[in-house]
Design a protein. Structure first.
Length: 76
């Protein structure tokens, strides 16, 4: 019986499939769990790249004269 989580089918090149198979065997995990963990890691890296770009943009466009002081932000 299938679990409640959504599923996805992926077609892999043979060397990539074999690498995942080898890692799963080494770690004592299913191939599905290895692929899930790799996808999570890739998504986190993509998020980090996006946040770094945003930080870089904000750093370039920062204006001390337009920014609020700590007191201005936290006073009621």
């Amino acid at each position: 019986m299938h679990g409640k989580n959504p599923r996805i089918n992926v077609v892999l090149e043979k060397p990539l499939y074999q690498a995942i198979q080898k890692r799963a065997k080494k770690d004592g995990l299913s191939m599905s769990l290895v692929v899930r963990d790799l996808v999570k890691e890739a998504m986190e890296l993509q998020e980090d790249i996006g946040l770094a770009k945003l930080a870089e943009y904000r750093e370039k466009t920062y204006s001390k004269t337009k920014s609020l002081t700590h007191k201005e932000v936290w006073s009621s």
